[in-house]
Design a protein around this ligand. Structure first.
Ligand code: HEM
Length: 187
């Protein structure tokens, strides 16, 4: 339910005329930043569950990942509807002329199979390959960050914060993997 709070907040702001001078852009930006936040929160589950008091978060990993995808789809729909008005010529131009849109699109294309295969049936069917497939979250997160960084205008504080967090989240996994290999060798 908490995952729906950002959507409720955006909807409330829209209906109470509180989205500023450009409501269309405000909706695209808000759904974009929430996609990124949910993706980062999903990636934070692995390190957080090592902390005894926070081990329960592991139960919500799939749900958090699905929320990331949910907000990306809303983000794309808001962009296509409120900014481009579903005009095919504009959609084609945006896709080919703006590299940051291509980065966002590639990130979404990598996230889609993760969402589709998140059901119990797919987990069973794919077996070990399900885990391998879910490594796609790493390039998807990097592409999402590149998409965000390519939009830097005046301040880059937020981008630096999200980049630092991603370096920590991915760095943690690299360190654990290297450490695990060392342990196996010395055993
Ligand atoms: C489906 C393909 C995507 C398209 C077409 C797209 C398009 C856009 C557009 C047009 C903007 C607003 C630029 C502006 O007006 O300044 C934007 C911003 C943003 N998008 Fe996307 N995007 C896509 C995928 C993604 C993905 C996969 C993520 C993250 C998981 C993401 C996260 C963001 C973020 C964080 C912002 C900036 C928000 C802010 O500045 O507060 N986008 N995107």
């Amino acid at each position: 339910m908490a995952g729906l709070a950002p959507l409720l907040m955006i909807t409330y702001q829209a209906f109470s005329d509180n989205l500023g001078a450009d409501p269309a852009q405000a909706i695209v930006l808000a759904t974009g930043i929430w996609s990124l936040r949910f993706l980062w929160i999903t990636l934070a589950v692995t390190p957080l569950r090592k902390i005894k008091l926070l081990a329960w978060v592991a139960r919500y990993r799939r749900m958090l990942g699905l929320y990331a995808l949910f907000y990306v789809i809303l983000h794309l729909l808001a962009f296509l509807t409120f900014i481009l008005g579903w005009r095919m010529d504009l959609i084609w131009r945006e896709l080919t002329a703006r590299p940051y849109i291509v980065m966002g699109m590639l990130s979404l294309l990598l996230l889609l199979p993760l969402g589709v295969t998140s059901t119990k049936g797919w987990i069973k069917r794919l077996g070990k390959n399900w885990v391998k497939l879910h490594y796609l979250i790493y390039p998807a997160a990097i592409l999402a960050l590149v998409h965000f960084i390519m939009q830097i205008r005046i301040s880059y504080a937020e981008q630096v914060l999200y980049a630092t967090l991603l370096v920590l989240l991915l760095g943690y996994r690299v360190v654990i993997k290297l450490f695990d290999k060392k342990m196996v060798k010395t055993c």
